[in-house]
Write a protein of this length. Structure first.
Length: 336
């Protein structure tokens, strides 16, 4: 299943094929086990996929979209390779395999939720957050090296745009370079002292894209950069510091804000802290108290070397099964 999912291109906003595949598969699984599966419409061409067995106290969730570029699957004795193999299509397959084991053992009151858009703006999670199903716990799947994450960083995404005046490059005094303004603005924000946290570590800033200009012999009249800040604390203080640093050199527009998170630990499972951001801030608390766990390493996600260990993938099936049962028991004890 992991290889089948990897071989379907599902770069963010193009998740239709994977969504339809999962809906078909889970509809068949639900029909044979007294469950139900459904699509949650995100846009005319995009769906979340949800399935449940009984009244779900625990929901396992991850995302079906990937970053570019797409490349298909391959495997050797130890690993499956390909875009999404660890982030997060292998996790989807492990969660479905765990669900099948739970169904076979007669376990009820759990669900599966697979969403679109996590890699860009959490569009699928936003839609799901408006239609919760009463779950008390959410097991979110991301590559945490098979450790339960105690915390994850938040994110601030921005577009920074600068404007200028076109002129012939032989007479630069007649124009105004938007690119030079943008470079000055970016250098200013690189000098900002960003917060640190004892558990989550340092706030980091990445200048992800730069574009602008028309030709080498034209003074550029427009330029744009996209940046991502990984938060460990108050987003407002970081936002204020960046805006002050840029001043009137350029215009800064906030695209996305998700806070840093602290997660539930589970007795008996090794723990870690991760620097990436997830859909959890959008899905929780509507979909329950969050637990973050998944096979694979974030260090190979988003790279051309993306892979997942077959042994770790199979072990995750057992872990998701055990974790669901433990949280169901905890939910029942709380309800009693």
């Amino acid at each position: 299943m992991t290889r089948a999912l990897v071989d379907m291109e599902s770069i963010t906003e193009n998740e239709k094929q994977v969504g339809e595949y999962l809906l078909h598969y889970l509809s068949g699984l639900a029909a044979g086990s007294d469950g139900k599966a459904e699509a949650m419409t995100v846009s005319p061409e995009r769906i979340n996929v949800y399935a449940e067995w009984g009244a779900p106290a625990v929901v396992l969730s991850t995302h079906m979209d990937t970053v570019p570029p797409f490349f298909g699957s391959s495997e050797d004795e130890n690993y499956i390779y390909g875009r999404g193999s660890c982030d997060a299509k292998g996790i989807i397959a492990a969660m479905i395999a765990a669900a099948e084991k739970l169904i076979e053992s007669g376990t009820r009151n759990f669900g599966l939720l697979f969403v679109v858009g996590e890699e860009k703006n959490s569009a699928g999670a936003e839609v799901a957050s408006r239609t919760p199903r009463g779950a008390r716990y959410l097991i979110n799947g991301e590559p945490t090296e098979s450790r339960v994450a105690l915390g994850s960083k938040g994110i601030l995404r921005y577009e920074i745009t600068a404007t200028g005046k076109m002129a012939h490059s032989a007479y630069p005094e007649l124009g105004e370079s938007a690119i030079e303004k943008l470079l000055d603005a970016l250098e200013a924000i690189r000098q900002v002292q960003l917060p640190e946290d004892a558990v989550l570590g340092k706030t980091t800033l990445n200048i992800g894209t730069i574009s602008g200009g028309r030709a080498p012999n034209v003074v550029p009249d427009a330029a744009k950069a996209e940046i991502a800040v990984r938060l460990v604390g108050d987003s407002q203080k970081v936002d204020e510091a960046l805006r002050a640093a840029i001043g009137n050199r350029a215009e800064i527009t906030q695209i996305l804000t998700l806070p840093a998170m602290r997660f539930t630990a589970i007795d008996g499972f090794p723990t870690s802290v991760v620097a990436f951001t997830t859909d959890v801030p959008v899905l929780s608390p509507a979909w329950g108290e969050p637990v973050l766990f998944g096979p694979g390493s974030i260090h190979v996600a988003h790279t051309l070397e993306e892979k997942i260990s077959k042994q770790e993938l199979l072990a995750a099936v057992k872990t998701y099964t055990e974790m669901t049962r433990m949280l169901l028991h905890k939910a029942e004890a709380h309800h009693a």
